[in-house]
Design a protein around this ligand. Structure first.
Ligand code: ADP
Ligand code: MG
Length: 309
């Protein structure tokens, strides 16, 4: 496969959005931003051996690469619209590119995202996606904005991806329970919460490095502290049955869940309860993270998560 058939294979079957004035094929894409909206831009890279294992299907790699990017747009309260894809491949392998393209198109279709350009180079396998999202003017939900007295929420189970990874240490990929496989390679970013976040949240972040590490980012940006009710943190029943003693640690420190952690005033409680989000703590004036449970009372909580350097 030469470079141009490769790019052709990555092209979506048809133009999916009428706001793409120029897509793949010119020196730059030309995109129409609707009146009253602002652009959100974010980049994420997946590197072989760091973010995925060698025997993972190319379709899963593509799918995950799109979803981790979509998750960043979700955390801002936006809606994803366009991506560019920088692909570095050790060789131009027909079967690999075809399978990658399948997973890519599946993920893009799910959120009505157009692939509008990119770059193709030879080298160790790496996938960089830059995503663009739209958000009504001046409504982006930031890490900064949490106020003492706000409640801390998560959008769903945390620690599932870490449990799945731990499971992968002792089981082969096909033997992994389906729920774990899904969580690792087919994460589902919470775009469904975008409007609620824009309307009611005071701050938000997606959980990619780990709950405590990501909550610490909110606290740093907002100049506040947080106290978590450990018994309230939602743990998947499968994680509890596989790892009864480690489930909470996975939830606090494990990354890659791509759920959202956010804060909101207590008056917004009903909206987030209706959306099946879970309240796990409160924002406090005193800096630092603390935990609370009825056996130990308040205890300092060390924030730790995945760091590349
Ligand atoms: P240039 O040399 O002008 O940078 P290229 O020859 O690299 O352009 O790419 C030709 C067209 O194909 C451009 O529109 C570019 O955005 C697109 N393209 C290249 N690689 C990819 C890729 N991996 N995914 C999507 N589009 C790509
Ligand atoms: Mg050019």
């Amino acid at each position: 496969m030469d470079e141009f058939s490769l790019i052709n294979c990555l092209k979506q079957p048809a133009s999916v959005r009428d706001d793409v004035i120029l897509g793949i094929g010119d020196d730059a894409a030309c995109l129409e931003i609707p009146a009253g909206f602002q652009l959100l831009v974010s980049t994420d890279t997946l590197v072989a051996g760091v973010h995925f294992i060698d025997d993972l299907a190319p379709s899963d790699i593509a799918y995950r690469a799109v979803m981790t990017n979509v998750s960043d747009i979700a955390a801002m309260g936006g809606v994803p619209s366009w991506i560019t894809l920088a692909l570095t491949l050790p060789e131009s392998n027909n079967a690999w590119v075809t399978c990658f393209s399948e997973g890519l198109h599946q993920a893009l279709k799910l959120f009505n995202i157009a692939l509008v350009g990119g770059d193709t180079t030879r080298g160790p396998l790496a996938i960089t996606i830059t995503i663009h999202g739209l958000i009504p003017k001046n409504t982006a939900v930031k890490r900064k904005g949490a106020l003492p007295g706000d409640e801390i929420w998560v959008s769903g189970y945390v620690g599932t991806a870490a449990a799945a990874l731990a499971c992968l240490q002792v089981k082969t990929l096909p033997a992994l329970p389906a729920i774990f496989r899904e969580k690792l390679w087919r994460p589902f970013p919470r775009i469904d919460l975008a409007e609620l976040l824009r309307t009611h949240a005071s701050s938000a972040i997606d959980i990619s490095d780990g709950l405590t590490a990501d909550l610490q980012h909110i606290c740093d940006a907002s100049q506040v502290g947080a106290c978590l009710n450990l018994t309230a943190i939602p743990l998947h029943p499968l994680v509890l049955s596989y790892f009864p003693d480690k489930a909470l640690e996975f939830a606090l420190q494990g990354g890659d869940d791509y759920e959202l952690c956010f804060t909101a005033a207590p008056t917004a409680e009903i909206y987030f309860l209706n959306a099946k989000c879970v309240k796990i703590g409160v924002v406090e004036e005193a800096l630092g993270l603390r935990s609370w449970d009825k056996d130990h009372g308040q205890m300092p909580l060390v924030s730790s998560g995945y760091k590349h350097f």
